[in-house]
Design a protein around this ligand. Structure first.
Ligand SMILES: C[S@@+](CC[C@H](N)C(=O)[O-])C[C@H]1O[C@@H](n2cnc3c(N)ncnc32)[C@H](O)[C@@H]1O
Length: 246
């Protein structure tokens, strides 16, 4: 209750103040990257608003970017040199991870997203950022992850909770088939993918390198968790796979 002379804030219950504080910090954390580079990767887009002709829309998750610090922490688990690996983001949205990957030293970078509006924004962000990373070749494909065939080279595959298991299971099955047909070195980075993590745990050609259990960020109060896998040395069992992009 307001007392005479009190401000609106001081009269608010502390739980409300905490909620406001964490919302402001969350916005600032997301937007810091864009303020610095003049890009637009921060604003949330609800799944209902994402336009796509894909039949997988009911299984897709809304757009929000991976926090910059979390992405860099995960990437530290991938042994250098990064320029020999192709970075792929399945469901790249506005493309923040593509820019961070280029900044980290990847030279071949591909994002794919099934929503043409996201693809257009990601391409615009790349055009703005490209002068800072002249050696990086970044591309964004308008594609459904379920239809995508990974390239033949050594790769880092990144997933930030893009879709649920209905799509992730066939995507992982396709990865297994592709590895069986063309064994190569893959690293997989999962951010907030706990419900689908078991699908990757079951892949014999991967082994866990590091992970962070689910916990609340002290700064933004958002829940986050991640896991990074590297090559196990085992060859995937399976059929001969579909043709791959070179
Ligand atoms: C949580 S956002 C991740 C954004 C980005 N990877 C990042 O980390 O900043 C999920 C994205 O996945 C895309 N998506 C959802 N289902 C998809 C599918 N089946 N194929 C391709 N993209 C999909 C959405 O359009 C959305 O942009």
């Amino acid at each position: 209750m307001s007392t005479p002379g009190s401000t609106g804030f001081s009269s608010m219950p502390s739980a409300t103040l905490m909620r406001i504080r964490s919302a402001v910090l969350r916005m600032a954390d997301k937007a810091a990257f864009d303020w610095r580079y003049g890009t637009e990767t921060s604003n949330f887009v609800a799944n209902a608003v994402l336009r796509t002709s894909s039949a997988n829309k009911p299984f897709g998750i809304e757009y929000q970017p991976t926090p910059t610090g979390e992405f860099r922490r995960m990437l530290r688990e991938v042994p250098p040199p990064l320029d020999s690996l192709h970075f792929l983001d399945y469901g790249c949205g506005k493309g923040r991870t593509l820019l961070l990957a280029a900044q980290a030293g990847f030279r071949r970078i591909t994002g794919l997203d099934y929503a043409p509006d996201m693809v257009e924004i990601a391409r615009r962000n790349i055009a703005i950022f490209q002068p800072r990373v002249p050696g990086a070749r970044m591309e964004v494909l308008a594609a459904d992850a379920m239809e995508f065939e990974p390239p033949t080279g050594n790769c880092v595959l990144f997933f930030y909770n893009p879709f649920n298991e209905k799509v992730m299971a066939p995507v992982v099955q396709n990865l297994r088939r592709s590895q069986a047909a063309h064994p190569r070195q893959w690293y997989v980075m999962l951010y907030n993918c706990s419900k689908c993590q078991h699908l990757f745990d079951d892949l014999q050609f991967l082994r866990p390198l590091a992970g962070r259990p689910r916990r609340r960020s002290w700064l933004t109060q958002t829940l986050c968790e991640w896991k990074v896998y590297g090559p196990s040395g085992a060859v995937a069992e399976g059929d001969q796979g579909r043709p791959v992009i070179r």
